[in-house]
Design a protein around this ligand. Structure first.
Ligand SMILES: NC(=O)c1ccc[n+]([C@@H]2O[C@H](COP(=O)([O-])OP(=O)(O)OC[C@H]3O[C@@H](n4cnc5c(N)ncnc54)[C@H](OP(=O)(O)O)[C@@H]3O)[C@@H](O)[C@H]2O)c1
Length: 255
């Protein structure tokens, strides 16, 4: 049988908690993929092994990400503004933590401009597919996450999703539920639309499972031009998802 040509995939936010899983999985599947990662700092590069296929760049500055994007077939976007906790709160007094974003690192700059920069650079480089990980909750402008650090994070994420859907590049938009650092591959995955899953008891998903869905989206044609919410049933309920073609085939929404 003829060998499949390997596909070069860049994952951005490759030092992040989900991004590093995607990067690792791509490296493990080297028969099929040539992996690349983009991280923001040399320190993050070191944290994920420091290989030559890890590029250092800042998505707010297009010129720094172009070298990583040149020559790739597909892009997985896993960058996100990261809220920081204000120091000095005392949980023993029932105080709740407050969050803030650093200057220049608000969701507007990272989740909107930064994602837009990646999409534009990918389009210019002829990238054939973009997988973007966003978040559930974006249909509700009053979602509490928008108040976090006054960042309107879900609003800016959704704007970037819309930009991708309008870009003409084949895309897959994954709006994840609450992320958990748990084992993957052992739960039944659920896809939904318009935040309907948020009204149910099943609204979380492991980062391992999100990472696997990103990679499956790269290789299953039915994932293209689709946007969906993603969660999972609790462990032990239902049947662990193995058939990703069937999963993606259930999705009809383009945005
Ligand atoms: N937490 C949840 O429950 C939840 C729920 C649903 C969806 N999501 C979304 O799912 C995605 C993955 O989440 P996660 O928790 O795995 O991500 P994460 O660990 O917060 O990683 C985000 C990554 O983005 C990078 N980044 C930030 N600004 C950048 C810039 N200007 N240039 C280059 N890279 C930059 C960060 O790099 P540095 O480490 O250098 O800052 C970090 O590695 C995110 O979009 C998140 O919003 C999260």
């Amino acid at each position: 049988m003829a060998e499949l040509a390997r596909s070069t995939v860049l994952v951005t936010g490759a030092g992040g908690r989900t991004g590093q899983i995607v990067y690792r999985k791509l490296k493990e599947r080297s028969d099929r993929y040539v992996a690349r990662g983009l991280v923001r700092t040399e320190e993050s590069k070191g944290n994920i092994g420091g290989a030559d296929d890890v590029f250092v760049g800042d998505i707010r500055d297009t010129s720094t990400i172009v070298p990583a994007i040149q020559g790739i077939d597909s892009l997985v976007i896993l960058t996100s503004a990261v809220p920081k906790m204000k120091p000095g709160f005392d949980p023993t007094k029932g105080e709740r933590p407050e969050f803030y974003f650093e200057d220049g690192a608000y969701p507007e700059q990272v989740d909107w401009i930064g994602q837009k920069n990646q999409i534009d650079a990918a389009k210019a480089a002829g990238v054939k597919h973009i997988v973007l990980v966003g978040s559930m909750g974006g249909t509700n402008p009053n979602h509490p996450l928008n108040r976090l650090g006054n960042g309107n994070i879900l609003i800016w994420k959704r704007k970037a999703e819309q930009y991708l859907a309008d870009s003409g590049i084949p895309y897959t938009i994954i709006r994840a539920g609450g992320l958990q650092d748990r084992e993957g591959g052992i739960r039944e995955l659920l896809v939904g639309k318009d935040d309907e899953l948020l009204q149910t008891e099943t609204k979380t998903i492991s980062r391992e499972d999100v990472a696997e869905v990103c990679i499956q989206a790269l290789q299953v044609e039915e994932a293209k031009f689709k946007a969906f919410d993603l969660a999972s049933k609790p462990e032990g309920v239902g049947t662990p998802t193995k058939d990703y073609k069937a999963l993606f085939s259930h999705i009809t929404a383009r945005f």
